[in-house]
Ligand binder design. Structure first.
Ligand SMILES: [Zn+2]
Length: 89
């Protein structure tokens, strides 16, 4: 489950900062919570005895640009010439 094939692109509209990610290597990015919509709560896996965090795929992830501090959204990156917003129906 950890090796998601989906690639994300983080692009800052303000300073053109761009970064690609598979969703697991953006721990140094600062996530922003735009609203207080309840997020998925980590649950305890009683079998593996470790906390599991659900990937919140339903919402567009938002981060703070490391260069200028502007809001950066994460988009699904499907093809080199096609970028789709992560907005599942
Ligand atoms: Zn920026």
């Amino acid at each position: 489950m950890d090796d998601e094939k989906i690639i994300y692109v983080l692009h800052c509209n303000k300073c053109n900062f761009k970064r690609f990610s598979n969703g697991n290597d953006i721990e140094d990015m600062l996530p922003l919570n735009l609203s207080d919509i309840p997020r998925n709560i980590p649950k305890l896996d009683i079998i593996k005895k470790k906390t599991i965090k659900f990937p919140d795929k339903k919402r567009t992830k938002v981060f703070r640009c490391p260069k200028c501090g502007f809001t950066v959204k994460a988009f699904k990156y499907n093809k080199p010439e096609e970028i789709q917003e992560e907005d599942d129906e």
